[in-house]
Design a protein around this ligand. Sequence first.
Ligand code: TRP
Ligand code: SF4
Length: 326
Amino acid sequence: MRKRILSGMRPSGKLHLGHYLGVLVNWKKLQEENDAFYFVADWHALTTEYERTDVIGESIDDMVIDWLAAGIDPGKATLFIQSHVPQHAELHLMLSMITPLPWLERNPTYKEQLREQTTRDLSTYGFLGYPVLQAADILMYDAALVPVGIDQVPHLELSREIARRFNFLYKEVFAIPQAYLTETPKIMGTDTRKMSKSYGNAILLSDTPAEVWAKVRPMVTDPARERRTDPGNPEICNVFDYHKIFSDEETVKKVDAGCRTAGIGCIECKKWMYENMEKVLSPVREKRKEIVGSGVSVRGILAEGTARACGIAKEKMREVRDAVRI
Ligand code: TRP
Ligand code: SF4
């Protein structure tokens, strides 16, 4: 049975391996036998980037090219821009009426961002409502599955609660969505912090092989392994975590034993890992070349998808207004 799939990404420019393994792999898989909608969450970007909005527009093309390079197919999935479907704003408003403040104030992501984002003032009405806007995005399309990264699970939980509350107060209008996660464990940045372009610890889908190796080669390993002859502990080595993601079982075993006995060197170990990582990256790189060479219009693809999304959103809003009797 075909299911409705919906997911969005904030336009933050070029994407990295974390986006690919955590989200895009599932976007690609789910587009095959379902009705998938993937969108550029530019209003969500605005909640944090309201002071430098030029980066939002500039990032859209880079990000969508990465989607296509990762195998997202506009012939299968509907790709659109959130702010070009104004019904999302109307539904956000309606949902904001029934969302209790404490649900938003106790959201762990909200509290963490308020604490960590010291360079911008996030004590705004819009930022507090971030998950309500996300609920509007999801509920508008009656999405059954929402392929996201694990960090988005609390937001999904809120979407479910808001949907249940609306259905209870008015009428069964919304399907209850479910988060859909990848099996790959979360990949950390090359410096073991969260992978993020702003930290400079991210391996980008658009990096050349030389750029990838330049990021892998200096990765910190077991700090106790100062000399080639010192045995190491793979359990505390980020390179080993990467092996578990990119290498086959046999290689992982070989690395584990070789590290503990000082049978292999760290550079050799990184080289193997890099080669296996390249097996994931090089097809994406090839596809990008093909896409850029074909002169495809990203904005054209998004315009086509936006028209399709608008059709569904208009219908849904009619149902919502009926249910609320407004
Ligand atoms: N909050 C999501 C993120 O930061 C982006 C997003 C916005 C989203 N609306 C959505 C994801 C709806 C899934 C469904 O990654
Ligand atoms: Fe890490 Fe590999 Fe070096 Fe062991 S041999 S410390 S797993 S890089």
